[in-house]
Design a protein around this ligand. Structure first.
Ligand SMILES: NC(=O)c1ccc[n+]([C@@H]2O[C@H](COP(=O)([O-])OP(=O)(O)OC[C@H]3O[C@@H](n4cnc5c(N)ncnc54)[C@H](OP(=O)(O)O)[C@@H]3O)[C@@H](O)[C@H]2O)c1
Length: 282
């Protein structure tokens, strides 16, 4: 187990501390999520990432409740469904997420996608600001926002989003989105941080892993940490859950960092937020 206090934190633009390593739960059903989050909490994770659309908030909540870990030692993120971005739907959707998680507040609440076809992310943002002011979320942010979506939301924002959670791994790094986020004061959170496993086969990754005597996933996750990003790797495999947070016994050299940053192809694995038609999704 990694001592949770050994996991560094980043300070968000409102002063809230976010552990730089979190645990992802995408594509895990509620029972599986409970088991995986229990294993993650045992391994030392204190930051858990879920979303209403994952359908597993109850499983995440059950693991948190069973752990007995003090609420203020945990950092829990969930996200608003695309179909619930409308002004009148945001607060009820948020209350439903809290109920399923069994919590009275979350640490971070995100607009899941800009879904420009819906035309509602700006009004959703104003509702998230209300949730933040009411104390429902210690921080609020966005996900999958390209620079154009950030500029657009900042035109109406009274609270600058604290985080932009985006697809980011060695073969897809979106430097423009990273730069735009950082310039506006948002922390960058890497989802699919190991490219859903695919980037672990890159020769640059396997070479460094062999030289360092660590796993390819540890190399990629350490690269993110040394680049100043938050990571939220997902696994349902106990040994991987444990090794994916065991990142503090080695360091990548400048040359190794440069080598990994040179792997940007860049090819997305997830839909392009500029064009993805989410009008038909929930
Ligand atoms: N905001 C968004 O739109 C968005 C989109 C996607 C994801 N996310 C968040 O980001 C989290 C992470 O992304 P992700 O789940 O798509 O992908 P990921 O964390 O990059 O990769 C997960 C995959 O890699 C495998 N894996 C994990 N650790 C490994 C290791 N040490 N060695 C080899 N394989 C390993 C897992 O297999 P096993 O589980 O079988 O071990 C799983 O198939 C999600 O769970 C979710 O919380 C957010």
């Amino acid at each position: 187990m990694v001592n949770p206090t050994d996991v560094p934190t980043l300070t968000l633009n409102n002063g809230v501390e976010i552990p730089q390593v979190g645990f992802g739960t995408f594509k895990v059903d509620p029972k599986g999520a409970q088991r995986a989050v229990e294993a993650a909490l045992e391994a030392g994770y204190r930051h858990i990432d879920t979303a209403a659309v994952y359908g597993n908030e109850e499983g995440v909540g059950a693991a948190i409740a069973a752990s007995g870990i003090a609420r203020d030692e945990l950092f829990v993120t969930t996200k608003l469904r695309n179909g619930e971005q409308r002004k009148d739907l945001v607060h009820p959707a948020f209350e439903e997420s809290l109920r399923k998680l069994g919590l009275d507040h979350v640490d971070l609440y995100l607009v899941h996608w800009p879904a420009p076809g819906l035309g509602t992310y700006r009004e959703a943002w104003t509702e998230l600001e209300g949730i933040y002011r009411e104390g429902g979320a210690r921080a609020i942010g966005v996900s999958n926002f390209l620079p154009e979506h950030l500029h657009s939301v900042l035109e109406v924002a009274e609270v600058v989003p604290a985080v932009n959670q985006v697809e980011l791994h060695p073969s897809f790094q979106q430097p423009e989105t990273q730069q735009a986020s950082l310039e506006k004061g948002l922390a960058v959170e890497a989802y699919a941080p190991i490219g859903q496993g695919a980037d672990l086969e890159l020769p640059a990754v396997t070479r460094i892993a062999e030289a360092k005597g660590v796993t390819p996933a540890q190399v990629v996750l350490r690269w993110h940490l040394q680049s100043g990003r938050v990571v939220i790797p997902k696994s349902v495999t106990p040994e991987r859950i444990a090794s994916n947070i065991d990142l503090f016994g080695f360091e990548l050299s400048e040359e190794e960092m440069t080598d990994l940053t040179a792997q940007d192809t860049p090819e997305r694995m997830f839909p392009d937020p500029a064009t993805a038609d989410f009008t038909m999704l929930d």
